[in-house]
Ligand binder design. Structure first.
Ligand code: PHE
Length: 336
């Protein structure tokens, strides 16, 4: 082969490589091109190398020199493209930002209306000196019934009215607490009077869900144990709570009622928007309960009350169906 044709081969090799590399946009295409031009087995450079042997012996040193130059030049082109791709991969976003586009709005979450209500009640009660405490949702029968003077044969213990836990079937099966009055017992068992506590949490009853019932709901439990406590103190505390929560001068009314763990017992209503609204139950802590927790009923007395969180939240926010609180529909929840 004449040296001239050999050099022409090298020139077209360099031109072709330069043309191919100019349009390369990713690593895979670059590798493809590397194999085509510089591949050790059947790359185009390899076939040109074979032509070297066909040069006249006198032309071989010059041919070899040009060959090495072309190889170095094309290899350098490849490195250049490789660097360009690496740099591009690191900063494509910065390069691609269009500052004239409208920004993406940050969406803020917010507190669920039931949680807002719980916090508000805790805050109001804290100002009246009531400490917020928690109790377990899985309870034993002592705290949910026995210590609250609800004996074994009492209808409130009916399996149809409670979520007993099958895993603990036995002499004293556990249950999901049906009322937060359990916390009264837990606190009195572990502390000495005087006491002012409030406990807000979930309770469970197998009710069919409708506009005013749900198998899980929340209660506010209040307990005050102090010398000289009367029903008048109970009424003022409830009136304070109602007035602070609903706003304005809210009236509270007692109606005679019965709870095994209070004596006397009342249901209390609040007057709001010209109507009396049932809020919950209350009364003076029954001496049997005080004895059950080891207090001396001759020396201490106090009151307790319980009311539904959903009920007061529904009043305050004007919600007609408490199931809306649990549907997790943001269009509903966003309003509060
Ligand atoms: N635990 C009662 C209920 O769930 C309410 C209540 C609490 C009544 C405290 C009196 C005292 O119905």
């Amino acid at each position: 082969m004449a040296i001239g044709s050999f050099l022409a081969e090298l020139v077209s090799f360099r031109d072709a490589a330069a043309a191919a590399l100019g349009g390369i946009a990713d690593e895979a295409a670059l590798e493809q091109a590397r194999i085509e031009f510089l591949g050790a087995r059947s790359g185009r450079l390899k076939s040109i190398q074979k032509l070297l042997a066909g040069l006249a012996p006198a032309d071989r040193p010059a041919g070899g020199r040009h060959f090495n130059e072309a190889k170095a030049a094309v290899t350098a082109l490849f490195s250049g493209v490789q660097e360009r791709l690496a740099a591009g991969a690191a900063a494509p976003v910065a390069a691609g930002i269009d500052v004239t586009l409208p920004g993406e709005a940050v969406r803020f979450g917010h507190i669920h209306p039931i949680t807002q209500t719980i916090r508000r009640v805790q805050e109001i009660m804290a100002r009246l000196g009531f400490e917020s405490v928690d109790g377990p949702e899985v309870e034993d029968q002592w705290h949910n019934f026995e210590a609250l003077a609800i004996p074994a044969e009492h209808p409130a213990r009916d399996p149809l009215d409670n979520f007993y836990l099958a895993v603990a079937r036995g002499a004293d099966p556990l249950l999901l607490r049906s009322q937060t009055s359990t916390v009264q017992i837990r606190v009195m068992e572990s502390r000495r009077p005087p006491l002012r506590i409030v406990s807000l949490g979930r309770v469970y009853r197998p009710d069919t869900a409708d506009a005013t019932h749900y198998p899980m709901f929340h209660q506010v439990e209040g307990l005050l144990i102090e010398p000289g406590t009367t029903m008048a103190h109970l009424k003022s505390v409830l009136r304070q709570l109602a007035a602070s929560f609903l706003g304005g001068d809210v009236h509270v009314r007692f109606r005679p009622s019965f709870f095994p763990f209070t004596e006397p017992s009342v249901e209390f209503d609040m007057e709001w928007g010209g109507r009396w609204i049932e809020m919950g139950g209350a009364g003076m802590v029954d001496p049997a309960v005080l004895s059950a927790v080891g207090y001396d009923p001759e020396r201490v007395s106090g009151f307790a009350f319980g009311l539904g969180v959903e009920r007061i939240a529904a009043r305050r926010y004007g919600v007609a169906d408490i199931r809306d609180f649990y549907r997790n529909d943001v269009r509903f929840l966003r309003q509060f």
